[in-house]
Design a protein around this ligand. Structure first.
Ligand SMILES: [Fe+2]
Ligand SMILES: [Fe+2]
Length: 230
């Protein structure tokens, strides 16, 4: 017997009592009812995430849609697995997983937002993931050592949510490159150069007109420059 177990006889006695409580022993340091309530809110959050991702999966259209909708489906499946894990833990703790659709949105931390365009959908999903990340971080701090099993489960889910947020951030940049711009960025190094602001267009237009005007006169010079550059 490990040396840190000080009174094994007492532990054996306690374990034989209240066996109907299953996994919940007297040494559970959390508040079981509160844990079940917190987990039921997390369950509602995950279900709303499944519904939102599935809506986006079926509604994604446009040039980037095929790649993005696969990602939506992958995330929906992951959120469904999260919901299963949370429901299972609620049942282990002696509670009832609350799947009541009437109160889902009120209990969910994340919102059910449809979004009109593909980049709107990605933005809504990214916001939802960021909300969930913050809520789960708070839960982890709350459970701490009082309920290590629930804490470890939420830690695993949090890791998935952070991955989702990172994936969505990349997708948002592909579908809407302006989302990745930072102040002072050199426009010449922009990977897809899809800026549409009036100033950029005017600058490009002026440069093109100037180039056309000089084409005839500088043809020979251009050839020389190309040779030189090669
Ligand atoms: Fe999730
Ligand atoms: Fe997620």
């Amino acid at each position: 017997m490990p040396s840190f177990v000080t009174d094994v006889e007492e532990i054996r006695k306690r374990a034989a009592q209240k066996i109907e409580d299953g996994a919940v022993t007297d040494t559970y340091q959390g508040d079981v009812e509160q844990t079940i309530s917190i987990l039921n809110d997390a369950l509602a959050t995950e279900i709303v995430c499944v519904l939102r991702y599935m809506h986006h999966y079926f509604m994604a259209t446009g040039v980037h849609a095929m790649a993005v909708r696969d990602e939506f489906k992958e995330h929906a499946d992951a959120e469904r697995e999260h919901a299963d894990k949370i429901a299972e833990r609620i049942q282990q703790l002696g509670g009832k997983p609350d799947f009541n659709p009437a109160s889902l949105v009120q209990r969910s931390a994340s919102q059910y937002a449809e979004g009109k365009s593909l980049s709107d959908m990605i933005k809504e999903d990214l916001i939802a993931e960021r909300i969930v990340i913050e809520v789960y971080q708070q839960m982890i701090r709350h459970f701490a050592d009082h309920d290590p099993t629930t804490r470890v489960m939420i830690e695993g889910i949090l890791s998935d949510e952070e991955e989702h947020a990172s994936d969505l951030s990349d997708l948002l940049f592909i579908t809407d490159p302006r989302s990745g711009e930072t102040e002072g960025e050199d426009p010449g190094t922009h990977p897809l150069d899809m800026r549409s602001d009036e100033r950029s267009r005017q600058q490009r237009g002026a440069q093109q007109s100037k180039a056309r005007e000089n084409t005839g006169a500088s043809k020979g010079n251009n050839k020389n420059r190309k040779k030189h550059a090669a």
